[in-house]
Unconditional design. Sequence first.
Length: 410
Amino acid sequence: MKKIILFVFCAVIFYSAGAQKKNFDYSFYGFVRGDLYYNSRSNVEVVDGLFYLYPRDVLYDTDGKDLYATPSSSLYSFTTRLGLNMKGPDIGSAKTSANIESDFGGTTDINFMLRLRRAYVKLDWDGGSSLLLGQTWHPLFGEVVPDVLNLATGAPFQPFNRSPQIRYQFRKNALTLTTAAIYQLIYTSAGFNGKSEQYLKDGVLPELYLGADYKKGRFIAGAGIDMLSLKPRLGVIQEDKGQMFRVNERVTSFSYDLHAGYTGEKLQVSGKTLLASNQTHTAMLGGFGVTSIDSRTGEQQYTPFRHSTSWLNVVCGKKYQAGLFAGYTKNLGTPEVLASADKLYGSGLNIDRFTNLSVSLRYSLPHWFVGIGYTLATAWYGTTSLPYGKVVDTHDVTNHRIESVFMYLF
């Protein structure tokens, strides 16, 4: 009897697999990538230096020597990537698809690990509607993205983030409308306990995005608005009084972006500008500060920092390419008066402005890509002042970066 049941079970599995293949298709893609880089000084960076952001401020020792004025260099290939695209079978009138993508860029102090980049399912209807469920690029990353050698892909000027989300899009002719509810997992907001997804989880409300894109031929232009609402703390412990209070704190911010791009056979021109508010989860400069403190419970009110950030990217050529990237970020301070210049939570809040100029030369063949580039990055550090968090008494810090990339694509 057991053999009969096993036979029937195997028959059903093989039959189901065979039936699925009739309406199911898949394809692998990816690349083997190597990155060789040199920096003239220490920098704020992740992924062991491949995801380069901005130079560190000076830190002088007893003899007046800058500890961070130390060059570094290395060669890595752990950003090698593998992806799987799947299509079908249809569900009613909806065409189904899915994507799984991974690389080895997940790191601990001693290991490089396989990490999840994207994992989502998608439903597309003939009327122009589509629904995506799962982890993929943040809507602020968008379709207009700089084409650069650095793994950071233009960050911290360009939002960089992949997050779990529910995204609905409606396409009509050249117009696409996008709405999304976004959660956090890998890329998280800064707060009292460093970077954590807990601030968004405790706030219950997901990050919300609404945007529109107009795409016709080789040209695309669009705009978007993003709302983020975090709950920084659940309670306050006052050790000197031996008391603890539950608090109801929240910091809500709105960010806006405009973007446009042109893609020709031998010329690509793209750019984006943002009024970014508390966008630390998208690898940008930002954060929030305290505006008031309850004298009895310690409950605080908050205001987000705002940054004006823009970038422009030009790439010329096809087989032989020359690229230019220019980025600029300015700290605009806070919309409300700060209670203290010390109670600040975020990334790079002591930077008044930051500029980046990168040039690159590339050689591209079918399945092969080799490039070399140079980046001049300068950050103006200073002191956060009251009442609106502007950075004053600045001094500039510069890093020179040379990087080379080789890729085999499949």
